[in-house]
Design a protein around this ligand. Structure first.
Ligand SMILES: [Zn+2]
Length: 219
């Protein structure tokens, strides 16, 4: 099926799913039992479309997801669905990312968004992602990541070294710092030197999200 038609069919399915709800539920558990399966199928379809669009790589750190298990590829909501519930199925607000960038770093944080809290309700109601300049980070659908950042992987004596080259200032610099891409390079260098790579990129807020029912952090 051509992509345009696929998206039309998908949007019809989404409209059908959301019918009968006062507001758009953003999480699986907010749907009635009989709709949960539909919800999951729609998410699967979104993932398929976005994986292709994103060339099977994380929209933020550009790591290849080709060999990744489905479970560790997230449908990423650039404006978080927990705050912008009506953007849950807005394709321009969606992409795919790795768990490090999504759950480890970004989560529900909005410090990268150049809009005031007072405008959130209107944005949510209108379901509009806005302009590239509304985002300090490289937006997966409004920007081209390769204009700003290039991920390169080289092999040294069997060790992989990941480097990020900035093509220009502006968003690339902020994006690299926000997603702590330099930490990836530093961890590679640690590994080459026989030091256990650091994994100190988790934001404080994300640790709570990773806590299981037992209160322990599961990564
Ligand atoms: Zn990533």
């Amino acid at each position: 099926m051509k992509n345009k038609r696929r998206i039309e069919v998908l949007n019809e399915k989404i409209d059908d799913l959301c019918k009968g709800y006062d507001d758009i539920p953003w999480g699986k558990n907010e749907y009635l039992a009989q709709d949960k399966e539909k919800f999951e199928l729609i998410y699967k379809e979104i993932k398929k479309i976005k994986k292709q669009e994103q060339k099977y790589s994380c929209c933020y750190c550009n790591v290849s997801l080709i060999e990744s298990h489905e479970m560790i590829i997230d449908v990423e909501h650039i404006l978080p669905k927990s705050i912008f519930n009506r953007m849950t199925f807005v394709l321009d607000n969606l992409s795919i990312s790795c768990k490090r960038c999504n759950m480890g770093i970004k989560n529900d944080d909005l410090s990268f968004f150049n809009k005031n809290k007072s405008e959130f309700e209107k944005i949510n109601d209108e379901k509009k992602v806005g302009l590239s300049s509304d985002y300090k980070i490289i937006h997966p659908n409004l920007d081209n990541i390769y204009t700003y950042v290039h991920r390169e992987e080289i092999s040294i004596d069997g060790f992989k070294l990941t480097l990020f080259k900035l093509n220009s200032n502006g968003k690339g610099k902020y994006h690299k710092s926000y997603f702590q891409l330099g930490e990836i390079t530093r961890s590679c260098l640690d590994a080459i030197q026989g030091i256990e790579p650091r994994k100190n990129y988790l934001r404080a807020s994300s640790i709570d999200l990773l806590k299981g029912d037992d209160g322990l952090v599961h990564r």
